[in-house]
Design a protein around this ligand. Structure first.
Ligand code: SF4
Length: 82
């Protein structure tokens, strides 16, 4: 039987900083601010404009923009876990 570390290698170049994002579409007022701030992580539904989460665990290079989007979200619909 293989150990857990053999089955879950740590990506090279990753310092271990992880982020997980939750969005609450019931709170989203379709402002689009998150999409403008972090377009690689957020999108909007073509049906009603509510937020779509493209990447719930984005790479480190997007973390600063995701934090900004969460802070600026007028509906407080974005939760960042670090
Ligand atoms: S910034 Fe907030 S309210 Fe605006 S689209 Fe994104 S999740 Fe919805």
């Amino acid at each position: 039987m293989r150990s857990r570390s053999q089955n879950s290698p740590v990506p090279q170049g990753d310092c271990g900083e992880t982020m997980r994002i939750d969005v609450d579409t019931d709170r989203c007022c379709s402002s689009g601010l998150c999409v403008m701030t972090a377009p690689d992580v957020f999108d909007q539904s073509e049906d009603d404009g509510t937020v779509l989460l493209l990447d719930a665990a984005p790479p480190t290079e997007f973390h600063a923009d995701v934090r900004l989007a969460a802070q600026a979200c007028p509906g407080c619909a974005i939760t960042v876990h670090e």
